[in-house]
Design a protein around this ligand. Structure first.
Ligand SMILES: NC(=O)c1ccc[n+]([C@@H]2O[C@H](COP(=O)([O-])OP(=O)(O)OC[C@H]3O[C@@H](n4cnc5c(N)ncnc54)[C@H](O)[C@@H]3O)[C@@H](O)[C@H]2O)c1
Length: 311
């Protein structure tokens, strides 16, 4: 059992992972500025092994104090996704990369780091060729660049693992609306139509519970997996936006989607990814895309943003 610091642990991924770490008997401290509200960790507060600190991950002295005695740090704190990073470029650079550099400076070499980055670091792939961990990284967005820089800092330092995550889907208390999958599902359930730009663009998906499972897998196998990056996605879900819409329509027959002839997707990522490296270490996801779609249809029947509507 480990003593673990999770920065950004109140977010979308953290709200699943922190609970699982506690259930497995680990001691967990979360550092978060709660920029998306306070509710996600309520069901962790009854654990005596859970500590929570409200603060900024960029605060060097705060971080230096919190890492003392920890076996491992899982830095989740970040400005996540292209739109948010473009709205606050300085915040993106200082949080997504700067705070990671500081972290490596305040940790001793024996303390472990397990960091997630985005597989959008692969940028635009080549038609029909799977991106592996050997494929050169070529991030397009500021988000992708800041996360790829963070991975390089962490892997150069050693005693660390990076998980290159596919687009994460799944229902949680803190839903992340601007992730392609989740937003698309919201529109499919509540608006029943969507206009797609560049529908042939492909990406890879993974359920949030399988992301948590991948983190647990690395923790259990750290010594054999360390100092490497691993892609984490569903190997049978390397699909285009139009294919994803078709999958949703199978379960929601009155959902209508059309591809626009004009306009473009500012997030240019378009690639297919091999997840063979982590699968060879014994990791296997539990959730299919279809199971996730059924879950999200239920979730977005519950979540309706009608603040500025009469119905
Ligand atoms: N969700 C995905 O699809 C996905 C995919 C690949 C990688 N990731 C990575 O996983 C990590 C977690 O992502 P998420 O989806 O949970 O995002 P999220 O936005 O839900 O969570 C981020 C958390 O970090 C906190 N935070 C932000 N800036 C902070 C600061 N300066 N100090 C303290 N806390 C701060 C926020 O309050 C939030 O709780 C991120 O590093 C992200 O890059 C996510």
């Amino acid at each position: 059992m480990y003593d673990i610091l999770v920065t950004g642990g109140a977010g979308y991924l953290g709200s699943v992972l922190v609970r699982q770490l506690l259930e497995k008997g680990n001691r967990v401290t979360v550092l978060d500025n709660f920029m998306f509200g306070p509710n996600s960790l309520m069901d962790c507060c009854d654990y005596e092994t859970f500590q929570v600190v409200r603060g900024d991950t960029r605060d060097r002295s705060l971080l230096a104090g919190l890492v003392k005695g920890k076996d491992m740090v899982i830095p989740l704190a970040a400005l996540v996704g292209m739109p948010l990073c473009h709205r606050d470029t300085l915040g993106a650079e200082t949080t997504n990369t700067g705070a990671i550099k500081t972290l490596t400076e305040v940790l001793s070499p024996q303390q472990k780091i397990l960091i997630p980055i985005t597989n959008s670091g692969y940028g635009v792939g080549q038609e029909g060729i799977y991106c592996t961990e050997e494929t050169p990284l070529n991030p397009i967005s500021l988000y992708g660049k800041t996360k790829v820089d963070a991975e390089r800092i962490v892997l150069d330092r050693g005693n660390s693992v990076s998980l290159r995550l596919a687009t994460v889907f799944g229902a949680r208390k803190r839903m992340c609306w601007d992730l392609l999958g989740n937003e698309l599902f919201y529109r499919a359930v509540n608006d029943r139509f969507i206009v797609i730009f560049e529908g042939h663009f492909k990406r890879n998906y993974i359920h949030i519970r399988d992301v948590a499972k991948a983190f647990m897998h690395v923790i259990d196998n750290f010594e054999t997996m360390k100092d490497e990056p691993y892609n984490v996605g569903l190997s049978d879900a390397n699909i285009s936006k139009l294919q994803l819409c078709a999958e949703i329509k199978e379960l929601l027959p009155d959902f209508i989607y059309i591809e626009a002839e004009l306009g473009e997707d500012p997030d240019k990522r378009d690639y297919i990814v091999s997840n063979e490296k982590i699968e060879k270490t014994g990791f296997k996801p539990d959730y299919t895309l279809k199971r996730g779609i059924i879950e999200l249809i239920k979730a977005y029947t519950v979540i309706v943003d009608s603040r500025y509507r009469n119905v």
